[in-house]
Write a protein that binds this ligand. Structure first.
Ligand code: KG4
Ligand code: ZN
Length: 342
């Protein structure tokens, strides 16, 4: 029997190369947050190998869930619902979490909540700032998504603009590869950029109709390196990393600034892996000088984790948004309110 009066959600996340489970109380308080990363396994391939990711999720998921329950000091009888990421992500990897969650929910007679990974990333802010309530504007910056979203309510997302090609995290990873840095490239570029000077200028990543485009920036970095090589010059990788970071981040911040001026938003938040970038965090802090509240999730909550999935699951649970056993993985799942580009 349940030993408490709160709502405890068990979150499960397996969309890419992290097997994660967490217990969160009332959408806001982390009781446990276990993340088992497969980075060391995939690094030798220079990126995530989907089949290897799926197999490792299968091996890890049961242990990770048991650890999350133990760390929270609870048993399954204390859990009110099981929330699982069902998209977007790698189909095989997602299926491991979805199948496991379905089995667990069915066996325990618990409601099953199907969480959109991107909506989960946004909820990392609720875990860092327990008093944060919508509305606010959120800059979404992950390995698969880049967008500015007006979060109108716990379930309301108005996508203002998004990338027409690569995501910003993808650009960080690709440029890191060109510079010979190991996977995942984002944190490596972040470290290197801090030792360099932004000597090289690139075109803005903001398109003429106010969306983002990152494929041109990646090509521009490759061309810069090739041209220098042909002339027998060796560029300092730290300067290239610093220049790329400026271009990748400044466009996001400029477009965000434009949207804030347009909407009059009083609070700005960031979500997703690139939200850990030190230059982006420093640039976002500048909005405080304009009287805005700036929410930057804890570094451990920017990347993939299950606490954010449990937080999102809580708000869906409160809305009665329960899934059934027909739930399937949806690798190309979009954010609610996101319109596809032509
Ligand atoms: O949100 P996330 O963990 O996974 C997805 O949902 O995609 O984002 C992963 C992305 C990767 O591309 C990674 O290189 C990038 O976030 N990233 C960073 C930093 N830390 C992670 N990019 C720039 N600077 C960082 N410090
Ligand atoms: Zn993610």
């Amino acid at each position: 029997m349940k030993q408490h009066n709160d709502i405890y959600i068990l979150g499960i996340e397996s969309s890419c190369d992290e097997t994660a489970a967490a217990v969160v109380a009332n959408g806001r308080q982390i009781l446990s947050d276990v993340v088992l990363s497969q980075i060391d396994i995939h690094r030798i391939y220079g990126g995530v190998v989907p089949e290897i990711a799926s197999r490792n999720h299968v091996e890890a998921v049961d242990k990770v869930v048991a650890e999350a329950l133990a760390e929270a000091g609870v048993t399954l009888s204390d859990i009110d619902a099981v929330a699982v990421t069902y998209g977007a992500g790698l189909v095989g990897a997602l299926l491991v979490g979805v199948s496991y969650a379905k089995g667990l929910a069915q066996a325990q007679g618990l409601p099953l909540i199907a969480v959109n990974h991107i909506e989960g990333h946004i909820c990392a802010n609720y875990l860092t700032y327990p008093d944060l309530v919508p509305p606010y504007v959120c800059l979404l910056t992950s390995g698969g998504h880049t967008a500015i979203v007006n979060v109108t309510d716990y379930d309301g997302y108005d996508v203002v603009c998004s990338t027409v090609d690569d995501a910003v995290g993808e650009a960080f990873d690709k440029v890191a590869r060109v510079l010979g840095l190991p996977y995942p490239g984002g944190p490596q570029i972040d470290r290197l950029a801090q030792q360099g000077k932004p000597l090289y200028k690139f075109h803005s990543v903001v398109t003429s109709n106010g969306n983002f485009s990152y494929s041109g920036l990646k090509t521009a970095v490759i061309n810069l390196l090739h041209n220098a090589e042909q002339k027998g010059n060796k560029l300092d990788p730290a300067d290239v990393a610093a220049s790329f970071t400026r271009a990748a981040v400044d466009g996001l911040v400029d477009r965000l600034s434009q949207e804030i001026a347009h909407s009059g938003a009083a609070t700005v938040a960031v979500a997703g892996g690139v939200g850990a970038n030190s230059y982006l965090r420093a640039r976002l802090k500048e909005f405080e000088q304009r009287g805005l509240r700036v929410c930057l999730p804890k570094l451990s909550l920017c990347g993939d984790n299950a606490a954010m999935i449990a937080s999102r699951g809580y708000y869906m649970f409160c809305n009665g948004e329960v899934a059934d056993l027909t739930l399937n993985a949806c690798p190309t799942l979009k954010l609610r309110g996101e319109k596809p580009h032509r």
